[in-house]
Design a protein around this ligand. Sequence first.
Ligand code: SF4
Length: 288
Amino acid sequence: MHLFDRVSGLNILLDEVKVPAEQVSRAPRYLSVALTNTCELRCAYCYAPKHAAVLDTGRVVAWAAELDGAGCLGIGFGGGEPTAHPRFAQLCAQIAAATSMAVTFTTHGHRLTPQLADILRGAVHFSRLSVDGVGATYERLRRRPFAAVLAAAALLRSVAPFGVNVVVNADTIGELDQLAEFAADAGASELLLLPEQPTAATSGISDRDAERLVRWVQTARPQVRLAISRSGLEGSVPAVETIPGEQPLDAHMHVDATGVLRPHAYASVGTPIEDFIMDAVQALREAA
Ligand code: SF4
């Protein structure tokens, strides 16, 4: 049995309680949704498709209600840049009000304003700020001033607890200490390490940098909690298994900006969502 409080983020697992099979959640524990492919930044390692696509607000709200009823605990918006979706704030507010799920999002932070933060307060339970490198490295990769990220971190902190994401590659591997320090100083509760994945434009993290990352995780003593994405490296670092024995499709699924349900954001195959998202969830499970 899994109890979850979306405000504090507290999870309680009771493995002494035997849950009848018909009561086991049919939904994934967490759904990520690419609201739009739009993003004004041009990061070389970006995996988001570049063709124009944006999800309809009504569809996303209906999926959220369905998933909530089927036991999903959280919905996380990304993209592209989710704050570029024309009804991003209203969507978060509607889902937070209509479901018991945690509402989260990942952002580059450059569209945040005090007005947007005001609307999101109470409608979002956790956010993630993408910070690839510090200072000049960040500015070279993202072509935006690093000072703007500091301002974005302060705004996110005023909304809800937040974490810092970093794509780990040849440019950022040498700055993990500074990134952990940045995250702690900014008041983040977590530093999420995202080893760069291969895309059409990049080859992904090198073996040498992957080894450096593993060594850093084993020896670093950061002031924030560390997390690592499912990237093949999680088995090489001392990571806690969130739910022992949990299958990947029970943990997470992803909807892209065209409304196709996929096992994860990098998956090349998926199931178009027709009338009900739970039909697509079932189809994805059967195809696995
Ligand atoms: S900020 Fe994110 S979505 Fe935008 S280009 Fe960079 S990696 Fe892609």
